[in-house]
Design a protein around this ligand. Structure first.
Ligand SMILES: Cc1cc2nc3c(=O)[nH]c(=O)nc-3n(C[C@H](O)[C@H](O)[C@H](O)COP(=O)(O)OP(=O)(O)OC[C@H]3O[C@@H](n4cnc5c(N)ncnc54)[C@H](O)[C@@H]3O)c2cc1C
Length: 503
């Protein structure tokens, strides 16, 4: 969760303030007519309420911590280099009893904190990483022996939230999709859900909070609002089908920023049917790699934030075929870095070559032929890039100029973390798609998370948060947690408003 000026930063003496965070958001978001969800009022409210939300969770016993060293994504006034991200501590999901099975699988198989997980791929090259691995293995064994099932990251955060909700006696209905919002005298008075084949009405005294995700799993809505994208490239929850945005619009809610998304470059390795997308943002930033379009041209800074990469791919595709693009690496890369979720090393699953997921060639020309890229263009692109590497500066796209860009690269190579020549055969390439981890447009809400109509009036009794809304982050991600931070914060703001005001 991206939380400026949070209690964990303060406790560790990491400098930040509301003024600094406001300056940063002003710089990276600006005051744009096409991002009403990111209005100045909403940004100010976010900066004020996000740390208060964290204080509330901490007071309820939710165990959180600062994610050490995860820089903000933009070089702009007010940026935080140590970073503003708050994460869950490891959590034992056995505490959830039968509810344990309701959580989606985590994206890390081992109970490693995120900062530890970032080190694990370097274990062949670094003693610190070897020690981290030993610590994680020890922790896994000890926890299993004591009957625990520790999880990390999003699974731990959601596990803790579910645990606290259950302990507080929250009545949770599952497999109970909301079909309709009910209105009484112009006020939202409840919802109709479908459960066990029947319609049920649930009344709401204080209000209804929509937190039903975005529409990354709805191809029709993608075609309408973000053409050129596909449900096959998303890693969002299966329920991100968008119907609550449509339903809110039906009763008069304004919708905005519908073409915004948290883009993320994805590879589709074989293994599952359909293939499960794997995020390759970190891969793209490592030395000895470049990304090219289908003409063999570089067109972006590969070590950018995932949202910038997602946008760059779609934009490029309007002038040259770039969906998919090719992530081209040499054999130096394979030895040192992960590729599409596989650990460093030349040996890759046989199915990767059999299915054509991994293309290879002893020379760049042979690789180009295997990928259907004009060989002369690819060779020229690589030659130009290698020249930049030798001179120590990427003159075309400034890869490695910003601290976040370098942080994404090889953390063991302080001198050149993201620039490395692509010159040692055999060469390899995989296709990369402009996938996403969320859409970022939806119903328009105010600084109290109340849903607004087109002309700006409030729909009484209706609140919304998360990716069902037009995000307070507009078209950008300020740092790690730019989606979940707002989702938690506006939920907190909505609940306070519903309880404490006449709404
Ligand atoms: C691997 C990975 C890593 C990520 N890392 C980060 C990160 O570090 N920080 C960050 O900010 N973001 C991250 N994201 C993105 C982030 O997880 C999502 O943007 C975020 O979870 C969206 O939260 P939400 O509250 O809007 O809704 P969701 O988490 O999408 O939840 C919406 C829920 O509503 C349910 N629903 C839908 N329709 C209905 C209906 N009609 N009735 C009832 N229920 C309904 C859905 O089934 C779903 O369970 C990551 C995503 C992935 C895949």
């Amino acid at each position: 969760m991206w939380i400026p000026n949070n209690r964990y930063m303060q406790a560790e003496g990491v400098k930040d303030s509301a003024e600094q965070a406001n300056a940063y958001l002003d710089a990276v978001l600006g005051d744009r007519d096409d991002t009403p969800g990111a209005s100045r009022e909403r940004r100010r409210a976010y900066v004020q309420e996000a740390p208060a939300m964290i204080d509330f969770l901490a007071s309820e016993g939710v165990a959180l911590r600062r994610l050490p060293s995860w820089p903000d994504y933009y070089c702009a006034p007010g940026e935080s280099v140590p970073g503003r991200t708050v994460v869950s501590q490891l959590f034992d999901i056995n505490q959830l009893g039968e509810w344990k099975s309701r959580l989606r699988p985590g994206f890390l198989a081992v109970p490693a904190n995120l900062d530890e997980a970032m080190q694990l791929p370097y274990m062949k090259r670094s003693w610190t990483s070897k020690k981290t691995l030993a610590r994680v293995i020890g922790r896994t064994l000890i926890s299993r022996l004591s009957g625990k099932h520790l999880v990390t990251a999003g699974q731990a955060l959601q596990g803790q939230m579910l645990h606290h909700a259950l302990q507080a006696g929250v009545d949770i209905r599952v497999n109970a999709g909301v079909r309709e919002l009910l209105l009484q005298d112009g006020r939202v008075s409840g919802v109709v859900i479908k459960k066990d084949g029947a319609d049920w009405t649930i009344g709401a005294r204080l209000g209804v909070l929509i937190n039903a995700g975005g529409f990354s799993r709805n191809q029709k809505m993608l075609d309408q609002y973000i053409p050129g994208t596909s449900t096959a490239w998303t890693t969002t929850a299966p329920g991100d089908t968008g119907e609550m945005i449509t339903e809110a619009a039906r009763i008069g809610a304004a919708i905005a920023q519908m073409d915004a998304r948290v883009g993320n470059p994805m590879a589709l390795p074989p293994g599952e049917t359909p293939p499960k997308p794997v995020v390759v943002q970190g891969d793209m930033a490592k030395p000895h790699s470049i990304v090219v379009d289908q003409n063999g041209e570089r067109y972006m800074r590969e070590s950018s934030s995932y949202m910038e990469i997602g946008s760059a791919m779609l934009e490029r595709d309007t002038v040259a075929p770039a969906v998919p693009s090719w992530l081209v690496v040499d054999s130096q890369y394979l030895e040192k870095f992960m590729l599409a979720g596989s650990m460093p090393g030349a040996k890759k699953p046989q199915s990767w070559t059999e299915t054509g997921f991994l293309r290879s060639g002893d020379t760049l020309a042979a690789l180009a032929a295997a990928c259907g890229i004009p060989a002369d263009r690819l060779e020229a692109t690589v030659q130009r890039f290698n020249g930049f590497v030798r001179n120590g500066r990427d003159e075309d796209f400034q890869r490695g100029d910003h601290i976040y860009s370098r942080w994404l690269g090889d953390t063991l190579d302080a001198a050149s973390p993201t620039l490395g020549t692509v010159e040692k055969g055999p060469f390899h390439a995989i296709e990369v798609y402009p996938g996403d981890v969320s859409t970022f447009g939806g119903v328009l809400t105010d600084e109290h998370a109340r849903v607004l109509r087109d002309e700006g009036s409030v729909i009484p009794g209706l609140y919304a948060t998360g990716t069902s809304t037009a995000s307070v982050m507009g078209y950008i991600a300020p740092g790690a947690g730019g989606s979940i931070g707002p989702s938690f914060t506006w939920g907190f703001v909505a609940a306070k408003h519903a309880v404490l005001s006449d709404n």
